[in-house]
Design a protein around this ligand. Structure first.
Ligand code: ADP
Ligand code: MG
Length: 353
């Protein structure tokens, strides 16, 4: 059993900076949990606390039902993979993977068996004599992963392991890590700032901002029911468009469009409506907005269309790649009520309609 539990964990660094405040998290045995959030939100701090590389200022860390606050990193039975690989440059691939086993005094035959099995699993057995500098980024990261999994630890921690790889290799390695999780059946905690990586990998995703948990949910829930404006803006690319307005006589008005609101319990007059770029259409809808084409970015199959409204607001929408757009062309865009997200401007929380 290796569930990982953080109870009311807070971290204040020696310089007085509070990196995380009151984090509560339960990571199930054998789960692949992803932590995602912008740079500086406290992702690495949380991982380092689980690994034992940082002390907590408050709270408890529990691994496999044992409180580990006072337990040395070496005794926690955890392996961590970093963005910069952290391989020993003078050692061969084989020795890099075998290193942790040697320092733990494994027998020579056992080391050989484990290292060989690991290299075969990761498809790096042909590189066993090479040095890290002779390998590509993707191959190096495989070696780093090999070094982590060779001991069969209870928990794997990944800290942005794919950030240094090119886009194609990132997609390939992402799929490999997902398969590895299925094969190894071990608890994994994976940190990334990249929402696509988070969405494709995680059974459950924790969205963090500024040291706080914003939402914990599966990818569909994060996308369709973001709990607050931060998650709504962070998940999805290009970003959701937001429209700030007021309710008057059960009608939302924002200067660009009006829509009737039939909800009994609107908590505030100040409402923000969110509409995703993919939910606009050029044909019809419950609301319409007029504007001019400001920019059309073609990705081949889709176009990201930037529309400038009369009050100089830019709205981004996704449309299929076939239509041609001319700069400053007049255009009307449409959206339906049922795809709009409603937020309370005061506390930025989602309003359920
Ligand atoms: N040793 C440290 N001393 C002081 N502040 C730190 C230290 N390490 C990290 N921080 C700060 O804590 C915040 C969270 O850092 P980190 O967990 O590394 O974020 P992330 O991994 O999400 O980018 C950042 O603002 C960072 O500058
Ligand atoms: Mg980090």
């Amino acid at each position: 059993m290796a569930e990982v539990i953080l109870k009311n964990v807070e971290k204040v660094y020696p310089n007085g900076y509070k990196a995380i405040s009151d984090i509560n998290l339960e990571i199930n045995d054998k789960e692949l949990l992803v932590l995602v959030g912008p740079s500086g939100c406290g992702k690495s701090t949380i991982l380092r606390i689980i690994a034992g590389l940082e002390d907590v200022s408050k709270g408890q860390v529990i691994i496999g039902r044992q409180i580990v606050n006072k337990i040395h990193p070496k005794e926690r039975d955890i392996a961590m993979v970093f963005q910069n690989y952290a391989l020993y440059p003078h050692m061969s691939v084989y020795d890099n993977i075998a290193f942790g086993l040697k320092t733990r005094k494994y027998e020579k035959n056992e080391i050989n068996r484990l290292v060989t099995e690991t290299m075969e699993m990761l498809g790096i057995d042909e590189y066993l004599k090479m040095k890290p500098r002779e390998l590509s980024g993707g191959e190096r990261q495989r070696v780093a992963i090999g070094r982590a999994i060779v001991r069969h630890p209870q928990v794997f921690l990944f800290d942005e392991p794919l950030s240094n790889l090119d886009a194609k290799m990132r997609v390939a390695m992402r799929a490999e890590i997902s398969k590895l999780h299925t094969t190894l059946e071990t608890t994994m905690i994976y940190v990334t700032h990249d929402q696509t990586e988070a969405m494709t990998l995680g059974d459950r995703i924790v969205v963090l901002d500024n040291g706080d948990i914003m939402q914990i949910a599966d990818p569909q829930t994060l996308y369709f029911k973001p709990e607050n404006i931060f998650v709504a803006g962070f998940i999805g690319s290009p970003q959701m468009n937001f429209f700030e307005g007021n309710i008057e006589n059960n009608v939302f008005k924002c200067g660009l469009f009006n829509i009737p609101i039939n909800c009994e319990q609107i908590p505030s007059d100040n409402i923000i409506i969110g509409i995703r770029p993919e939910n606009f259409s050029l044909n019809e809808g419950d609301i319409s907005i007029n504007g001019k084409v400001d920019l059309a970015e073609s990705l081949g199959d889709v176009i990201y269309l930037y529309v400038k409204t009369k009050n100089d607001k830019i709205i981004i929408l996704k449309t299929d790649g076939k239509r041609k757009f001319v700069l400053n062309e007049n255009i009307t865009i449409y959206a339906n009520n049922n795809i709009m997200h409603f937020f309370n401007k005061e506390d930025s929380k989602r309003i359920s309609m």
